[in-house]
Design a binder for this molecule. Structure first.
Ligand code: NAP
Length: 223
C-alpha cells in the first residue's frame, strides 16, 4: 500500500491532498498544526491518521519521525505554509518574515532530513514541496511580497539541492506550484483540480526530472 505524509492538513490544499490520496486507497498520515480544528480532515473516509505537527518545531519533526520509525513513506508532501500578508516596501514586518522563513523554508528542510530514511525505504521515494510561482525570480515582474517571495525562492533552492544530494538514494524531489487556488481570496483554480494536477505530476515524473519546478497543470516553471 502506498503511504503518503502530508503536512498542514488543517485547511486548504492539505485537506484535499489527504482526501484524494485516501480516496485512491493510500494510507495517509495527515499532520495538522491544530488537529482539534481540522474537522474536515477527521471526516475523510479511509485510511487517514491525523497527527499533530508544527513544522516550525524542529524537535517535533524529529519526534514524529521517531514515532513513525520503520514505516516507509512513498510520498512526502510538504504542504504547510504561510502565504499572507504581503506588507509593501517601507512596512516590512520582520517578525512575520522570520516566521515565514521558519515555516516555509526551514521546516520543509527539516522534514527532508528527518524523514529521508522513511522515504528511501519506500517504493515510490518522492518528496514534493509546495512552492509558489511567486518564488520564481525569473517570473517576478510585479515586485513586492518580499517575505513570501524570498521564502518560496529559498524553498526552491532547498528542493534543488535536495534533488542533487538525494539522487544517489533514488529519491525524486519536486517543487510544485498549485496555481492560484481557490483557498486564496480571488483564487481561480478549483482546489480539487489543483491537487489532482499535482498528484498527476507526482505519479508521472521520471527520475531524470528530479529537481524540477512544475505548475499544477504540468507546465515547467523557471527558477
Ligand atoms: N492557494 C494558493 O493559491 C497557493 C499558491 C501558491 C502556493 N501555495 C502554497 O500551497 C500550500 C498550501 O496553501 P493553501 O492555499 O492550502 O493555504 P492554507 O489553507 O493557509 O493552508 C496551509 C496550512 O498550513 C498550516 N500551517 C501554517 N503554519 C504551520 C506550521 N507551523 N506547521 C504546520 N502547519 C502550518 C496553516 O494553518 P493556519 O491556517 O493556522 O495558518 C494551514 O492550515 C502553502 O505552502 C502555500 O504557500 C498556495
Amino acid at each position: 500500500m502506498t503511504t503518503v505524509l502530508v503536512t498542514g492538513c488543517d485547511t486548504g490544499l492539505g485537506v484535499e491532498f489527504a482526501r484524494q490520496y485516501a480516496t485512491a486507497g493510500c494510507r495517509v498520515i495527515a499532520t495538522c498544526l491544530e488537529p482539534g480544528r481540522a474537522q474536515a480532515t477527521h471526516e475523510i473516509a479511509g485510511n487517514v491518521h491525523v497527527m499533530k505537527l508544527d513544522v516550525s518545531d524542529l524537535a517535533a519533526i524529529d519526534a514524529l519521525a521517531r514515532e513513525l520509525c520503520g514505516e516507509p513513506i512513498d510520498i512526502l508532501v510538504s504542504n504547510a505554509g504561510i502565504a499572507r500578508p504581503h506588507p509593501p516596501f517601507g512596512q516590512t514586518d520582520y517578525a512575520l518574515w522570520q516566521r515565514m522563513l521558519e515555516v516555509n523554508v526551514m521546516g520543509p528542510m527539516k522534514l527532508a532530513e528527518a524523514f529521508v530514511e522513511h522515504v528511501a525505504a519506500s517504493r515510490m521515494k518522492v518528496m514534493a514541496f509546495l512552492s509558489a510561482r511567486m518564488g520564481s525570480i525569473a517570473l517576478n515582474l510585479t515586485g513586492g511580497s518580499y517575505a513570501y517571495r524570498s521564502s518560496k525562492a529559498g524553498l526552491n533552492a532547498v528542493a534543488k539541492s535536495l534533488a542533487i544530494d538525494l539522487a544517489p538514494r533514488e529519491i525524486l524531489v519536486l517543487a510544485l506550484h498549485p496555481g492560484w487556488a481557490k483557498t486564496e481570496p480571488g483564487g481561480r483554480v478549483d482546489v480539487d483540480r489543483s491537487v489532482a494536477g499535482m498528484r498527476g505530476i507526482i505519479e508521472r515524473v521520471g527520475r531524470h526530472e528530479t529537481g524540477s519546478f512544475f505548475a499544477y497543470n504540468d507546465i515547467p516553471l523557471p527558477w
